[in-house]
Design a protein around this ligand. Structure first.
Ligand code: HEC
Length: 506
């Protein structure tokens, strides 16, 4: 089905049922199925419950049976998932949006009836300097009022984090980014690259690891996902550099290693650091990177996903289901769904009845090839199909179950897709002003040794390209041959031997 048709169908169904009464189930039943996923036993249906949004950065299930969303440009709205009706509660005029900055994380107080507080994080410019603000609003009859600034820390054009959570105790957890300054993460006097714990009035909780500091845990690069279990166990997902995206189990007063040891110990340098400094290692790390984003602890009626972390990914355009051990201290499996079907995923939440809501992020600064499509960005509802629904949708289910194994045109293409395409784009066209195009670049088609050394060492200056010195000679030769012979580039291949020589000579 074309997305345009889907969007039209979805909104007309919404309009129709918005006049109806309590028939929640019927309304959902009449939304078209956009996709299906066959698990071991359960068959999942996926519907679009809202569309044409502007990068829904956070989505939360509200006490009022509505979805609460932030959009990156600076608005907070509610969406009734049953009929798609969107209501804007707040627009924050001072929000500064550029690339990955803007209105980002949001959390609702777990007991909104007695404590009607909503915590938000956004970036703004103060005398032309970016800052990242944590604020609290009060919810009153469908508006948000009385902004109170809880904390303000340095911001940047990237690596601002940030996710926010409110614990059952009312304490606020704020995951900040290192603002692209590595040294912040290990500096306990900086509030960047940290997980902070804050009282609802902005003061420091007396039971923090250091009663004079907001810092709860440190050593982070750029956290984009935070999840809390029903027992207040905390997990964070963050972006690595060229390698090692991570999911960590967060404990008080621990050092999570950035930039000393990304991922786990795998070089002799990291080994010697690990003997001197106590560092917590991730439950799981991904190389090639996947760009993890929103994360939620799932405990619901999709039995195959019970007691898992559901992790949305941007770059990998997928949903990872990370099954936890009974004690939650290990990830025992990683299953991947919806790869490249809806584009990038940013935010995720679950409703008490076990449905999962997932937002796309195809209108952000770095859309993948073929996106955004008509109707982006959207919020998808993932739910268990009934026996009758499975019967009715047999052919769609069979069709979606066919795994389309990607045909690789070139042995270096897979490496390119995994390591380079997130910046230089799948077709080598780059991102204007950020990442140079590799099509028609003399650095690509020119001197082979210079090219090898550039990619091996990284650019080492702004704008930065990471070093790829962890690739094998064969892998580097493959990917460089691929970029020298693709998209109209015509230069000779690079052999593993040439890579070896060029690296040695430096
Ligand atoms: C995180 C983003 C990022 C990734 C991933 C990345 N690059 Fe780059 N690349 C850059 C940036 C930024 C520059 C510009 C550096 C400069 O001007 O100093 C660059 C420059 C280049 C250049 C020089 C092009 C020119 O005309 O200046 C080549 C060639 C290149 N990259 C190849 C690769 C290859 C091959 C990979 C994958 C193995 C890769 N890059 C992965 C960001 C990236």
């Amino acid at each position: 089905m074309k997305w345009k048709q889907l969007a039209v169908l979805a909104s007309s169904a919404g309009l129709f049922f918005s006049c109806g009464g309590s028939a929640e189930k019927n309304a959902f039943t009449d939304l078209p199925l956009a996709y299906t996923v066959q698990l071991n036993e359960t068959v999942l249906g996926i519907q679009s419950v809202a569309d044409s949004l502007d990068v829904p950065w956070e989505i939360c299930w509200g006490f009022d049976q509505r979805l609460w969303i932030t959009e990156q440009g600076g608005t907070v709205s509610t969406i009734d998932p049953v009929n798609g009706i969107k209501k804007q509660l707040l627009q924050i005029p001072q929000v500064w949006r550029k690339r990955s900055t803007g209105l980002l994380g949001m959390a609702l107080h777990p007991d909104m009836k007695s404590n009607p507080f909503v915590v938000l994080n956004y970036t703004m410019l103060k005398d032309s300097v970016p800052v990242s603000r944590l604020v609290r609003y009060e919810y009153r009859s469908d508006t948000l009022i009385n902004e109170k600034i809880l904390l303000e820390i340095p911001g940047n054009t990237g690596h601002n984090g940030s996710r926010v959570l409110i614990q059952n105790s009312g304490k606020i957890i704020w995951a900040t980014g290192d603002i692209a300054k590595d040294e912040n993460a290990q500096n306990l006097n900086s509030l960047n690259g940290k997980i902070l714990r804050i009282n609802p009035d902005g003061s420091i909780p007396a039971d923090n690891p250091d009663p004079n500091s907001y810092v709860y845990a440190w050593g982070f690069r750029n956290i984009q996902g935070l999840a809390l279990t029903d027992k207040d166990v905390l997990y964070a997902a963050e972006h690595g550099d060229a390698t090692d995206d991570e999911v960590n189990l967060i404990q008080a007063a621990r050092n999570y290693g950035w930039p000393l040891i990304p991922g786990t110990v795998n070089t002799s340098r990291e080994d010697s650091i690990s003997r001197k400094i106590a560092i917590e290692y991730p439950l799981k790390a991904w190389t090639p990177t996947i760009a993890p984003a929103g994360m939620v602890y799932y405990h619901g009626n999709i039995s195959e996903w019970n007691h898992s972390l559901l992790l949305a990914t941007l770059k990998a355009q997928s949903l990872h289901v990370l099954k936890l051990s009974d004690d939650g201290h290990q990830i025992i499996s990683d299953s991947i769904y919806l790869g490249s079907v809806f584009g990038r995923f940013r935010a995720i939440c679950a409703s008490p009845n076990g449905d999962v809501y997932l937002s796309t992020s195809n209108r952000d600064w770095n859309p993948p090839k073929g996106f955004p499509v008509n109707g982006d960005d959207r919020i998808l509802r993932i739910f268990t199909l009934t026996k009758e629904q499975i019967e009715e949708n047999k052919s769609l289910i069979a069709q979606n179950a066919l795994v389309s194994a990607e045909k690789l045109q070139h042995p270096g293409q897979l490496i390119y897709q995994q390591y380079c395409a997130s910046c230089h784009k799948e077709d080598g066209s780059g991102v204007k002003g950020s990442f140079p195009a590799l099509t028609g670049s003399p650095k690509v088609t020119g001197n082979a040794s210079d090219l090898i050394r550039l990619v091996w060492n990284g650019s080492g200056r702004e704008p930065q390209m990471p070093a790829f010195n962890f690739l094998t000679e064969d892998e580097l030769a493959g990917v460089l041959s691929y970029i020298r012979t693709s998209w109209g580039n015509e230069a000779h291949d690079i052999t593993a031997g040439a890579v070896r020589n060029a690296i040695k000579k430096k």
